[in-house]
Design a protein around this ligand. Structure first.
Ligand code: NAI
Ligand SMILES: C[N+](C)(C)CC(=O)CC(=O)[O-]
Length: 319
């Protein structure tokens, strides 16, 4: 791989695809003081992107902008080629469709200056399958973010079979410099780490709604009023370490281990029937109780900031 600029020296970032996640990435990079070029083929993309950045800016301002950070540093270009021409890092956030990503990453690879690392926001495809049509696949990595990327710190970074390990190291360092928490994986796992865990929970939730065992509202409350309150600080493993009392994880496994075999989980994906889809949509509308998506986003942002501050105060880090 041609030598990229040092991760610390990057100033120009390109965001390809500017929906929920590409727009969230753009907001994050702008707040960290980068110049951002964005491209998205949708006719109303520029307007939507600026609306998303404007909606995120109060939360980002409250968290603290980097010196010189400005929304004016955003340029929306008419073509992909213009967006990546001067980029020192590229983040792709197009729809989760393997064919589309294979073609798009090949186009990005062809238009991006040599040595510049290209990262995909994919939620679960492996880079090995996505990089197949690229001329210089060695610079392609997955950088899987969490919604919204401007507030949730985690990025999971992993390469494919044809990725140069140097590109993975470079991307992990770049994301750290850009203010993210990075998990670097040394092997490809479908769904990476966090989505593999989230999908297990999500499948069980869909089974319970499909079978009429729980409502959408009960499922959400079971997490927000229950285990979800512990997870920002401890994660599922240390949470259960404490479930064993003074005996910790050893006692917890000896005591509850046999129940792993009890029929608590189903894990096979349920059929996503029209009925289940409609029940989920209606349940979410009832749970939202008249709050618009924009209101929910603003409330979520305030809540995430409060949680980040509380956890970091206990850990002794910066919020
Ligand atoms: N929504 C989420 O919670 C998360 C999504 N992701 C991943 O981020 C990626 C984007 O997802 P979202 O932002 O949610 O989708 P989205 O539907 O909000 O945005 C996708 C954008 O890509 C644009 N687009 C369509 N065709 C394109 C093309 N050929 N080239 C470039 N852009 C194109 C669309 O106009 C749209 O603005 C996916 O790979 C997804 O798996 C990752 C983490 C979380
Ligand atoms: C729904 N999703 C699978 C696209 C979610 C993610 O990939 C990560 C997140 O933000 O939870």
């Amino acid at each position: 791989m041609a030598a990229p600029v040092a991760p610390e020296a990057v100033r120009e970032v390109a965001c390809i695809g500017a929906g929920v996640i590409g727009g969230g990435w753009a907001a994050h990079f702008l707040a960290r003081g980068y110049r951002v070029t964005a491209w998205d083929p949708a006719p109303d993309a520029a307007e939507k992107l600026r609306r998303l950045v404007d909606a995120a800016w109060p939360a980002l301002t409250e968290l603290g902008l980097a010196p010189g950070a400005s929304r004016d540093a955003l340029t929306v270009t008419a073509t992909l080629e213009e967006a990546v021409a001067g980029a020192e890092f590229v983040q792709e956030s197009a729809p989760e469709d393997l064919e589309l990503k294979q073609d798009l990453l090949a186009r990005i690879d062809a238009a991006t200056p040599p040595g510049v690392v290209v990262s995909s926001s994919t939620s679960g495809y492996g880079m090995t399958e996505m990089q197949q049509r690229c001329a210089t696949p060695e610079r392609l990595v997955v950088g899987h973010p969490f919604n919204p990327p401007y507030l949730i710190p985690l990025v999971e970074v992993v390469g494919g079979e044809r990725t140069d390990p140097e590109a993975v190291t470079w991307a992990s360092r770049f994301f750290e410099v850009a203010g993210k928490s990075v998990i670097t994986m040394d092997r490809e796992v479908p769904g990476f780490i966090a989505n593999r865990l989230q999908e297990a929970l999500w499948r069980e939730a869909l089974h319970m709604v499909a079978e009429g065992e729980a409502t959408v509202e009960q499922i959400d409350a079971s997490i927000t009023e229950g285990p979800g309150l512990r997870w920002p600080f401890l994660g599922p493993c240390l949470t259960f370490h404490l479930a064993g009392g003074e005996g910790g994880m050893a006692h917890m496994l000896d005591h509850f281990g046999p129940s792993l075999k009890s029929p608590w989980t189903r894990l096979e994906a349920p059929e996503l029937t029209t009925e289940l889809r409609d029940r989920m949509v209606q349940g979410c509308e009832e749970t939202a109780d008249g709050r618009s998506i924009a209101e929910l986003v603003a409330d979520r942002d305030r809540a995430v900031i409060a949680v980040l501050r509380a956890v970091r105060a206990v850990r002794g880090g910066d919020a």
